[in-house]
Design a protein around this ligand. Structure first.
Ligand code: ATP
Length: 328
């Protein structure tokens, strides 16, 4: 497993990661979520000793990364798919990694096959599309057959077939008892892949819980009812002391009463129902709700905004003119 304790990183005056303490456990896919600039990549880089913490520690199976012999056999990672020597062929890139980590060369062919790059194994990686580079990065992560895998935005650039493939790959790796830690901005994808979530905002831990718990705690669940006799339905609910909100189309929304209870009540009063549906928010809604306050950059509808909110500074160049930093 991966254990973080009080992990903190300052870049100059910028606090990128703020006393993060959590454990990533084996046997499941753990999703790592946070708005842009929340500190996800910085945290993953520190897990791999690519960045040094200002404070705190990361342990990989109880050891510091530097103490691992042949680290690729403990932990494999895809961080930046384009961070490869473009002049090298896919096979040579993997052979170099294999040699420096005591991994037999036959393994290179195996992982190229796993990620579907065998036919372009001898091509230079600088000609690879983003999707092909992602696959090569995943091959590198799998090379040492590690127990722990980190993937930063692994579905970037992949087509629907590729996304489906990586989803199954991650689930299979977790089912084999491995620790799989993955960041993604694609909430619908994360909802299908991860069982557990770690959510950060402005470098701080905001949630560390199961997917189901996260959605339940950070969203509203209610039941929608629709009847051709909305007035009578409202009366019946009123008599039972159940509050309902009319939302148009003759639909009512009811909080805090299970759908089967409401169905039973309608049946007892011989009320015809055209709809009786429990509504549960999506991961995306739950995420937006939890992180609304910690989002660093907001897009604005309508007129472009030229300056930071709450400061007199001009908006940073490189950002679209309609991006605005939230005053904190
Ligand atoms: N090398 C660096 N030098 C200075 N500041 C940095 C550096 N790397 C990251 N930061 C800052 O640290 C904060 C966290 O950045 P990080 O890239 O870790 O966030 P992230 O959650 O991965 O964001 P995204 O979802 O946009 O990739 C940001 O404010 C960022 O500007």
């Amino acid at each position: 497993m991966i254990e973080l304790e009080g992990l903190t990183k300052y870049y100059g005056d910028t606090l990128a990661v703020d006393h993060l303490t959590f454990t990533v456990r084996p046997g499941m896919v753990t999703g790592f979520l946070g708005p842009n600039g929340a500190g996800k990549s910085t945290t993953m880089r520190m897990m791999l000793d690519l960045d040094h913490p200002t404070e705190g520690t990361v342990r990989i199976d109880g050891k510091h990364y530097r103490q691992l012999n042949d680290p690729l056999t403990y932990i494999g990672a895809l961080l930046d798919a384009k961070a490869v020597h473009g002049g090298r062929s896919a096979v040579n890139h993997l052979l170099c990694l294999a040699q420096s980590n005591g991994i037999p060369r036959e393994r290179v062919g195996e992982v190229l096959d796993t990620v579907g790059l065998t036919s372009v194994a001898d091509k230079r990686s600088k000609g690879f599309s983003l999707g092909m580079s992602q696959r090569l990065g995943i091959a590198a992560a799998l090379l040492g057959d590690p127990k722990i895998l980190l993937f930063d935005e692994p579905v970037n650039g992949l087509d629907p077939e590729g996304i489906h493939w990586i989803r199954n790959l991650m689930k299979n790796l977790a089912a084999q008892g491995r620790t799989v830690f993955v960041s993604s901005h694609l909430m619908s994808e994360m909802a299908l892949t991860a069982e557990h979530l770690v959510v950060i905002g402005q470098g701080r831990l905001m949630a560390d819980m199961s997917m189901a718990e996260f959605i339940q705690q950070n969203s509203r669940s209610y039941v929608r009812m629709r009847s051709p006799e909305p007035e009578r339905l409202l009366d019946v609910l009123h008599v039972e002391g159940i509050e309902a909100v009319a939302v148009g189309n003759g639909s009512l929304e009811i909080d805090g009463v299970p759908a089967d209870e409401l169905g039973g009540l309608a049946a007892r009063h011989q009320l015809v129902l055209h709809e009786l549906s429990p509504q549960r928010a999506s991961l995306e809604e739950a995420f937006m709700r939890l992180t609304a306050e910690s989002v660093e950059y907001h897009a604005h509808d309508g007129e472009p905004v030229a300056a930071y909110a709450g400061t007199q500074e001009p908006a940073p160049s490189g950002w679209g003119a309609d991006w605005q930093k939230k005053g904190s």
